[in-house]
Ligand binder design. Structure first.
Ligand code: UDP
Length: 325
């Protein structure tokens, strides 16, 4: 079934790749993004430049055609920045989403897939992370996403909003043809920084903490290919279109990978070892985070296709070497 989908924040890394995947799957996509961190060149098809907090614009756009759903990616997402600018993070992530949902309801658009995060769980007491764990975020960023999830759950119960929250683990990788990928400014994520360090485009990578209680002393994360995230969105939308009221799902591979293992995979993919140096721990980094995604498997029929870290990193290298980068 082909749906009309408004993709908010669709010029960013995950949003632009999801928009491309949805378009390839036959859906009609309209993208709205304020280009604060996204890239105009990452968008194909109809594009509206605007801010999620612009209620008048949202009102106009949501009434411009009969949208079946909104994919909501628009957010401030750098954990470290959120610590210093909580007001801005709450304004965009929480305030922006509240306004968006009200405008959606007023316009009769009742389906949303929301980009959530494993950061809502905070520092885990048990692993793998399951959906029934309490929300216990440790950063303002995580707090905004937890708050939005609670708000959306109320709207699901009380306002008839069909909404699914996908809790991403560490999004990584790129379109396999190297046409779209991660390009943050400033870049803070491990894989792009490691690739660029190996290519000599950046200084040696700082290993944030080498004394964690993990198998090699570095942090363990669950790196999930962005195309697997996009597939989870496709399945979540299908379920909503079939009349489901929506739910919250972890989206990770379930495999924990250390920072040193990422560096080794990056060295193999680039063909040059990643120069690196030990550095102090980064504030707020839990030692280990990885998902249990059985709920998405069972309910959405979702299964990650990219379970080999080398494949994930190789796609990111192809992107870093592409002329579009
Ligand atoms: N990391 C690192 N050096 C860097 C960037 C990240 O050692 O320059 C580590 C970080 O401490 C974390 C992992 O790499 O354990 C993934 O970090 P990233 O910022 O990519 O994602 P996060 O887990 O914070 O969402």
């Amino acid at each position: 079934m082909s749906a009309r989908v408004l993709v908010i924040g669709g010029a960013g890394y995950i949003g632009s790749i999801c928009a491309r995947v949805f378009s390839d799957a036959g859906h009609r996509i309209v993208t709205l993004d304020n280009l604060s961190t996204g890239h105009r060149g990452a968008v194909s098809g109809p594009f509206i430049e605007g801010d999620i907090r612009d209620r008048k614009l949202l009102q106009e756009v949501l009434r411009s055609e009969p949208f079946d759903a909104v994919l909501h990616f628009a957010a401030k997402s750098v954990v470290g920045h959120s610590v210093h600018q909580p007001a801005h993070y709450f304004d965009v992530n929480v305030g922006g989403t509240i306004g968006l949902v009200q405008e959606m309801l007023d316009a009769g658009v009742r389906r949303m897939v929301f980009s959530s995060t494993c950061a809502i769980y905070g520092t885990p007491l048990t692993l793998p992370l399951t959906e029934d764990l309490p929300f216990a975020p440790v950063s303002p960023y995580g707090e905004t996403k937890a708050m939005v999830e609670r708000f959306l759950a109320l709207c699901r119960e009380r306002e008839g909003l069909q909404v699914t929250c996908l809790r991403y683990f560490n999004a990584a990788g790129a379109m396999l043809d190297g046409s779209l990928g991660e390009a943050h400014d400033p870049e803070t994520h491990l894989i792009p920084l490691a690739i660029q360090a190996a290519m000599g485009r950046r200084p040696p990578l700082k290993l944030f903490g080498t004394d964690y209680p993990t198998r090699d002393g570095t942090c363990v994360r669950d790196y999930i290919h962005v195309l697997d995230l996009a597939d989870a969105h496709l399945r979540a939308l299908k379920q909503l279109l079939e009349g489901d009221s929506g739910d919250g799902y972890n989206v990770g591979t379930g495999q924990g990978t250390t920072v040193r293992e990422v560096l080794a995979a990056t060295g193999r993919a680039v063909g040059t070892p990643v120069p690196h140096a030990p550095a102090p721990r980064r504030a707020g980094d839990p030692a280990a985070l990885y998902a249990q995604s059985d709920k998405a498997r069972l309910t959405l029929g979702w299964e990650p296709r990219f379970t080999d870290l080398d494949d994930i990193v190789s796609s990111a290298v192809k992107w870093a070497r592409s002329p579009q980068f």
